[in-house]
Design a protein around this ligand. Structure first.
Ligand SMILES: Cc1cc2nc3c(=O)[nH]c(=O)nc-3n(C[C@H](O)[C@H](O)[C@H](O)COP(=O)(O)OP(=O)(O)OC[C@H]3O[C@@H](n4cnc5c(N)ncnc54)[C@H](O)[C@@H]3O)c2cc1C
Length: 402
């Protein structure tokens, strides 16, 4: 039987698998099944330029429509896979279609976590083009907006909406924004940045309830405070889309469990991107990452495995977040750090936080310091010995330590 690859999910990861297979010389059939009605698109601008109205929808698309035709990729939009038969090796879709496979790739991504008890109240979330289109439709000049969740997406959205002239209050249940993601010093720097633009940031207080009023919403916070706002936007994280894999009997660990070759416990099934919990050679522990870097790199790993050239996933994680005129770039994983040093000058809006575990540099978060970010990518990839004193000495470029 001819090799036939079916990819479920047409986000960054799914599109990349298809592209890498063709680039690697695979010339058999590829079906790319996408539940959404849009060409595969990038999500990062959704909370930034797209929400701001500075980027047209067509600029979100990862490739133009004719790319899929030229590459002979059978792109099926508005097509949701609803069942996998591992014995018959067939994917069934909601519209009654069936797609036989020799190799199957899950690239189903993640969906937003909903705020409990608020079904039907019309709260807004930001995950897809449709979400942002719905939000834009509701926006009127100078609204009061509550943003529940002070993670990257919540803060980017807050910055964009504040720039558009709205009055935004960010509510973060943990005791710092970007909790578990950045050092307290960096969180407090970004808190001040948002406050300096007029955004109110409330930390350490959860949302107890949301109720509708005649003209908007009342948000009840822990401790008895209430906020009256026109709109509520929620950004409290995502849940990996694993249901199809669960039903198919595959191993799950917060995401679809894969090895360093992006392969599940069924050797003919792979999982990549936000939906996958992968064995990452660098960390030696199962890790589920939510980033464009991971979606793209893990997709390339899966494609290589399918092409018969298995290459273990060993890429250094990196991420970025744009908030006002601040580009935050992160490389490595800082979790588990026991110390950090500051490099550069916070007052000059150009600095880095260097995270250490023992005497080993494990991650670096840079603010408007592209040179530090680029050098750290190499320092960490090459596991270079660098001391805290060397890191904090901004008079010497980091690349000098390579
Ligand atoms: C607002 C926003 C801003 C972001 N900003 C950044 C950033 O600055 N930097 C960064 O690195 N990352 C950022 N991210 C994260 C990044 O976009 C994701 O990590 C990335 O999109 C993951 O790609 P993916 O292909 O794994 O999943 P997704 O992009 O979620 O794509 C999965 C696709 O699969 C489809 N699907 C699911 N189930 C089925 C099914 N059964 N049948 C068919 N199709 C299905 C879904 O509809 C979806 O279209 C941001 C994300 C958001 C939402």
């Amino acid at each position: 039987m001819e090799n036939n690859i079916v990819i479920v999910g047409g986000g960054n990861a799914g599109m990349q698998v298809a592209d890498s297979l063709r680039k690697g010389g695979f010339d058999g059939p590829i079906d790319l099944l996408c539940a959404e009605p849009y060409l595969p698109y990038q999500r990062p601008p959704l909370s930034k330029k797209f929400l701001e109205g500075k980027l047209e929808e067509k600029r979100l698309f990862l490739r133009p429509a004719n790319f899929y035709e030229t590459k002979n990729i059978n792109l099926q939009l508005s097509t949701e896979a609803i069942a996998i038969d591992r014995q018959a090796k067939v994917v069934t879709t909601a519209d009654g279609g069936s797609f036989p496979y020799t190799k199957l790739v899950f690239a189903t991504g993640a969906r937003v976590r909903r705020l409990p008890g608020t079904e039907g109240l019309g709260l807004h979330y930001i995950r897809g083009i449709g979400d942002v289109a719905a939000l834009k439709e509701k926006l009127a000049p100078a609204m009061k907006i509550a943003l529940v969740g002070g993670g990257f997406i919540g803060l980017e959205t807050a910055a964009t909406l504040t720039t558009l002239g709205h009055t935004v209050t960010v509510i973060e249940a943990m005791d710092q924004i970007m909790p578990g993601l950045v050092a307290p010093a960096l969180a407090s720097y970004f808190k001040q940045l948002h406050e300096s633009h007029g955004t109110k940031v409330i930390e350490g207080v959860g949302v107890d309830a949301v109720a509708t009023t005649n003209s908007g919403y009342t948000v009840s916070l822990g401790g008895g405070r209430t906020l009256n706002v026109d709109l509520v936007i929620v950004g409290i994280g995502v849940i990996a889309n694993t249901e199809l894999a669960v039903d198919a009997g595959l191993a799950i660990e917060r995401g679809i469990r894969v090895n360093e070759f992006a392969q599940t416990d069924d050797p003919d099934i792979y999982a990549v991107g936000d939906c996958a919990t992968g064995m990452h050679m660098r960390f030696g522990a199962p890790t589920r990452l939510e980033s464009v870097q991971n979606a793209v790199d893990q997709a390339m790993v899966a494609a290589k495995s399918i092409l018969g050239e298995p290459t273990a996933y060993d890429t250094l994680p990196w991420f970025w977040s744009d908030q006002y005129d601040h580009k935050l770039q992160m490389v490595g994983l800082s979790r588990g750090y026991d110390d950090f040093v500051l490099r550069g000058d916070m007052a000059a809006k150009k600095f880095s936080i260097c995270y250490f575990k023992g005497e080993r540099l494990i991650a670096l978060d840079s603010v408007n310091s592209v040179a530090d970010h680029m050098a750290a990518k190499r320092l960490l990839a090459e596991d270079t010995d660098i001391t805290k004193a060397q890191c904090s000495d901004s008079g010497v470029p980091l690349k000098a330590h390579l």
